[in-house]
Write a protein that binds this ligand. Structure first.
Ligand code: F6P
Length: 341
């Protein structure tokens, strides 16, 4: 009988519990047992684990957050901590670990796989949707839906007051949330890390809108967006890695108000984007990912991450998934640009 370990690491997001439930349900059907490792990789270092059974995972499909808890640890980890984890893994009797997480969690998993031969399977979680090798990570769809609803709400108040409203959304390296929520919410300008902009261009677009009789505007900006010639704290790599806040929304709003004289307000959505119930889409891909992760253990395809491409579930090497960020490309960004002219 196999014993599977599962952990959820890094930022939480809606859909984590859908994955945990699917892993346990599929594992029990295969007559495996499942051990939950608490608080991400820290639980392996601290030997903090508990058995997961059907009763524990009952009723959690639609619950936000993670019943296992999580923690943020930034790779690369020191040799001592890595060895401790490898040692605890051996003692636990676990045959393979499913690591559910984003870039940091998967990089630690890859290091443990490469340096200590731990059998690891990854499951892609990222509200930023920044992992390579998969069209979607779960959590992203929910974040986009929350951000879209917020944009809708801010639209009506911006219009009534004839104001510019700058909405800052998450996305340190990639601007997928800003792009998709911006398109869905009818934003007038979308600013993302992949395409640094000049603030004069932004102000010109706003002036053009005013000339056309539009006395309000909605600007969606990713926290990692760059304004040419104006630095914000998240541009420094060290800050980005440590998940420091950027305040780019405030920067953009101040510059606009200064240069155009239009009354401007800022709304930073922050962790609201990561809370609450997952969308049906995230529940479904979370369930498919969890099911397939157990299949990959059956096939002993360690060092891989479950992925979805053209609606087909498959696997890619974790190494590929974390090799670079999945950046927005010109063709899709050009849609956003049409609305800023
Ligand atoms: O990596 C996911 C993410 O939500 C980013 O979009 C954001 O920059 C970061 O986590 C925030 O991290 P924390 O929850 O540690 O503040």
């Amino acid at each position: 009988m196999k014993k599977i370990g599962i952990l959820t690491g890094g930022a939480d997001c809606p859909g984590l519990n859908s994955v945990i439930r699917a892993v346990v349900r599929k594992a029990v059907a295969e007559e495996y047992v499942v051990t939950g490792i608490k608080n991400g990789w820290m639980g392996l270092a601290d030997n903090n684990m508990k058995v997961l059974d059907l009763q524990i995972v009952s009723g959690i499909l639609d619950r936000g957050g993670t019943i296992l808890g999580t923690s943020r640890i930034i790779p690369p980890l020191g040799d001592e901590l890595m060895s401790k984890m490898a040692e605890n893994f051996k003692r636990s009797g676990i045959d393979a670990i499913i690591a559910v997480g984003g870039e940091d969690t998967l990089k630690i998993g890859l290091d443990l796989y490469n340096k200590h031969q731990l059998p690891i399977i990854g499951v892609p979680k990222s509200i930023d949707n920044s992992l390579t090798g998969t069209d979607y990570a779960f959590g992203f769809d929910t974040a986009v839906n929350i951000a879209t609803e917020c944009i809708d709400r801010l639209h009506t108040t911006a219009e009534s007051h004839h104001r510019i409203i700058v909405i800052e959304v998450m996305g340190r390296y990639t601007g997928w949330i800003a792009l998709e929520a911006g398109i869905a919410g009818g934003a007038d300008i979308i600013l993302v890390p992949e395409f640094p902009v000049n603030i004069e261009q932004v102000c010109d677009s706003l002036r053009e809108r005013h000339k056309r009789g539009k006395t309000f505007s909605i600007i969606v900006v990713s926290e990692g967006a760059e304004i040419v010639g104006h630095s914000n704290s998240i541009e420094q790599e060290e800050n980005r890695k440590n998940h420091r806040v950027s305040r780019v929304g405030e920067l953009v709003a101040d510059l606009i108000e200064d240069k155009t004289g239009y009354e401007t307000r800022v709304s930073v959505l922050g962790h609201i984007q990561r809370g609450g119930t997952p969308t049906a889409f995230d529940r479904i891909i979370g369930t498919r990912f969890g099911f397939h992760a157990v299949e990959l253990i059956k096939q002993q395809r360690y060092g891989t991450m479950v992925s979805i491409r053209e609606n087909k579930i498959n696997a890619v090497a974790i190494e590929e998934a974390v090799s670079k960020h999945k950046a927005i490309e010109d063709d899709i960004y050009s849609i956003a640009k049409v609305f800023a002219e």
